[in-house]
Design a protein around this ligand. Structure first.
Ligand SMILES: Nc1ncnc2c1ncn2[C@@H]1O[C@H](COP(=O)(O)OP(=O)(O)OP(=O)(O)O)[C@@H](O)[C@H]1O
Ligand SMILES: [Mg+2]
Length: 383
């Protein structure tokens, strides 16, 4: 007997109204779901498209209770939320995926590193420092990477300190210190798992970073690596998410060392910026895949149909306020280009305002065109 599913298939609560939430809302509606988004900013990128937005902060328990209690199933698009309260709501029987207990571990970089080491997964050596001091840093040894235990994103909360002279730039918060890894390439692999245990893995992406703000600059998929290394990266990502017992889509960020060793940098318990290429380039994009996974539907095919390169559209330094885009017409005249605008009402220096995906049968040309797009498009302020 075929299973009947009444419309809507489910009402989905989404904590976080940013661009990831926005793209999730679009797919949720396509799949026949209703959506409620929680975000403190009225008219948030996801709230603009959702059935309903609850305007409340990510630690506002009244707001969180409302979204969770009025939805069949809740999920989140960022880590810095009240995971302890979500655990309580899950214990009361509300469906929240990924498991908020796993979020509780992941949102603290120290607990996350401990869990990954317990599971025998490879990563940079680390120590915890409750109160940063010159002595503790020197005892660990330079060069090192200091990471705030909580609240970091987009490279904020991470500093590279090469010698004792750099100690003045340290972050005065509870942290971990990590060995500075020699990086040949930074990779990200998306993995989806549903509660039935079905797993799907996407092609490996290569992330390229810019110096100053340490924000992702360009992303290429598939990564330009020998097949053997690509397979190893995918296997490691699948092993990691299976060991963590994750449900939903997860991004596994890794470093490939010059010796060919793979080290896990961190796990994102949500869809990931590095997976945006899947929207145009793969049979099933990461947002639909996340919904299929949390709804325990069969996972979609992750096959990549064409090589892709992606650039983020970051707010131009020196510009804040209502955004304007320069060069849109020129960029849209190129073939294989898709522009995504996140609907943020204000731009700020380096703020992620959108992204552009370029598809081309020739990966080198996709990359070239993406660099061209980066040169042409500018997000400035209107005044
Ligand atoms: N142990 C390390 N050795 C060398 N470089 C590192 C190390 N850890 C982090 N980095 C660099 O710093 C960047 C940011 O680190 P990380 O991903 O841990 O921080 P984040 O703020 O959570 O980042 P995001 O939100 O952008 O993923 C990495 O992408 C990498 O370029
Ligand atoms: Mg990271």
């Amino acid at each position: 007997m075929k299973k009947a599913r009444a419309f809507p298939i489910a009402s989905i609560g989404i904590i976080g109204g940013g661009q990831l939430g926005r793209m999730l809302v679009r797919k949720a509606h396509q799949l026949g779901c209703h959506t409620t988004v929680l975000d403190p900013t009225p008219d948030s990128p996801a709230g603009q498209l959702a059935g309903r937005q609850i305007v409340a902060g990510f630690f506002d328990r009244r707001g969180i209770a409302e979204v969770v209690r009025t939805s069949d199933l809740s999920t989140f698009e960022l880590e810095a939320i009240d995971a302890a309260y979500l655990c309580q709501l899950a214990d009361e029987g509300h469906r929240i995926l990924p498991d908020p207990r796993l979020l509780l571990t992941i949102q603290d970089k120290y607990l996350q590193k401990c869990r990954l080491s317990e599971l025998g997964l490879p990563g940079a050596a680390y120590v915890e420092v409750e109160q940063p001091s010159a002595e503790a840093f020197a005892a660990f040894g330079y060069p090192l990477v200091q990471k705030a235990r909580r609240g970091g994103y987009d490279g904020k909360g991470v500093v590279v300190l090469r010698s004792e002279k750099d100690f003045s730039r340290h972050l005065p918060v509870p942290s971990i210190l990590e060995r500075l890894v020699p990086i040949h390439k930074e990779l990200a692999v998306l993995v989806a798992r549903n509660p039935s245990g079905q797993t799907a893995v996407y092609p490996v992406c290569e992330m390229v970073f810019v110096g100053e703000a340490n924000v992702l600059d360009m992303l290429v998929a598939p990564a330009d690596l020998p097949t053997e290394q690509l397979i190893r990266a995918q296997e490691l990502a699948v092993k990691c998410i299976a060991a963590l017992g994750g449900t939903g889509v997860f991004g596994v960020e890794m470093f490939l060392t010059p010796e060919g060793e793979l080290l896990i940098n961190e796990i994102s318990p949500r869809t990931h910026n590095s997976g945006h290429y899947t929207m145009e380039a793969c049979m099933t994009d990461q947002f639909e895949q996340h919904l299929r996974a949390i709804l325990d539907l069969p996972l979609g095919d992750t096959c990549q149909l064409m090589p892709a390169a992606l650039v983020n559209l970051l707010g131009e330094p020196g510009h804040s306020g209502s955004p304007a885009v320069l060069g849109l017409d020129e960029v849209l005249a190129l073939s294989g280009v898709s522009v995504h605008w996140y609907g943020k009402n204000n731009t700020a220096p380096y703020r992620k305002m959108g992204h552009v995906t370029v598809l081309d049968p020739d990966p080198a040309r996709a990359r070239e065109k993406a660099m061209q797009v980066k040169d042409i498009l500018r997000i400035v302020s209107q005044t």
